[in-house]
Design a protein around this ligand. Structure first.
Ligand code: DC
Length: 335
């Protein structure tokens, strides 16, 4: 006899969501453990108190688990626990040496007790949509999102403010001990330059190009990589950048390279800029993206490159939501 655990979350307290996600969770447990359904003797469910539309046990019955005993109960309200969460324990007569527990949707973060800190690496070129994707992924998993580009941007802003030329290593070195970068969180990331929150001020075309330029310098990269690794070591997070899979987290089991054609990336940036009242032309944006690609891909230290063990995701014909769901699935498969 073997007991197999699992959990999932639903996005709304509706009978349809409970049916779909309960069936998906059970089917995944069956698939990953090669179970014979006729050997399943009973399934226990517990769900959080915000789930009231139907019992998960009823959903299991409807999903074809017709001959085993089913039981559902409601969990006590625990402050800080995952909302809209269904937990399951399935008992089978089969003996399974190493049962595979299955955690889906936001419930993957319940596995940090078993799998340690979850660090996900998302790399890709400018305008690939990796920020949107990384932010949403972190939100769904309830873990931090570290935008590492923001740390290079803040460094570049520090150079510009102190009159240093980002292209001149000696000039950057001469101001470096007057530049201190840090990140803090209050639900979102705040990037600090000498204690000042510069999160908005680093989003100009001038700082973008200066960040790409200053990030070619070895000692700048060493400082920023050390900062990024310290954040990743403290807790679970999604890190996005150019060298996360190759340099910052070379041992991560979760690496993704998110990209799209330069034209598609320029089109997305153009629409984003326009929605914020910007007046940048498509031609200028495409030229900026192409120039940054060239600089980021050809620099000597940690160039932008897809790590050999990263999942390559061409998002040209995908919505941000599709990309996030795809990456979530890939993460869950490996957990
Ligand atoms: O992701 P972004 O556009 O905010 O990044 C700004 C610049 O910082 C980018 O052109 C290259 C550099 N960068 C880097 O070299 N390594 C990273 N991990 C992130 C960004």
């Amino acid at each position: 006899m073997t007991a197999i655990r699992g959990a999932t979350t639903i996005s709304a307290d509706t009978a349809d969501e409970i049916r779909t996600e309960t069936a998906r969770l059970l089917n995944e447990i069956v698939k990953q453990n090669s179970l014979d359904i006729s050997q399943v003797s009973c399934i226990f469910f517990s769900s959080t108190q915000d789930i009231t539309a139907i019992y998960p046990a009823k959903a299991a019955r409807e999903a074809g688990f017709s001959s085993c005993a089913l039981f559902s109960c409601m969990e006590p309200p625990i402050s800080g626990s995952l909302p809209l969460c269904i937990r399951v324990m399935l008992q089978t007569e089969q003996h399974i040496d190493a049962p595979r527990y299955v955690y889906l949707n936001e419930a993957v973060r319940l596995r940090t007790d078993l799998s340690g800190i979850l660090n996900i690496a998302i790399d890709g070129p400018a305008g690939s949509g990796k920020s949107t994707v990384a932010r949403e992924l972190a939100r769904r998993l309830s873990i931090l999102h570290l935008d590492t580009g923001a740390t290079y941007r803040a460094y570049a802003l520090g150079c510009l403010r102190l009159g240093a030329d980002p292209a001149d290593e000696e000039s950057v070195k001469s101001v470096s001990d007057r530049i201190e970068i840090d990140v803090t969180y209050d639900g979102v990331q705040h990037t600090l330059l000498n204690g000042e929150d510069v999160s908005d001020k680093i989003r100009t075309p001038e700082v973008s190009m200066a960040a790409s330029t200053v990030s070619k310098i070895g000692f700048v990269r060493e400082r920023m990589v050390a900062l990024q690794q310290a954040v990743a070591k403290k807790g679970s997070c999604v890190l996005e950048g150019r060298d996360i899979g190759t340099k910052v987290l070379p041992d991560s089991r979760f690496k993704f390279f998110v990209t799209a054609s330069p034209e598609e990336r320029a089109r997305r940036r153009f629409l984003q800029d326009k929605s914020k009242g910007g007046t940048e032309t498509m031609e200028n944006i495409l030229a900026d993206i192409t120039a940054r690609d060239r600089q980021d891909e050809t620099r000597a230290i940690s160039p932008l490159v897809c790590a050999p063990d990263a999942v390559y995701v061409d998002t040209s014909a995908m919505s941000a939501d599709e990309v996030v769901s795809y990456i979530m699935r890939k993460v869950q498969e490996k957990i």
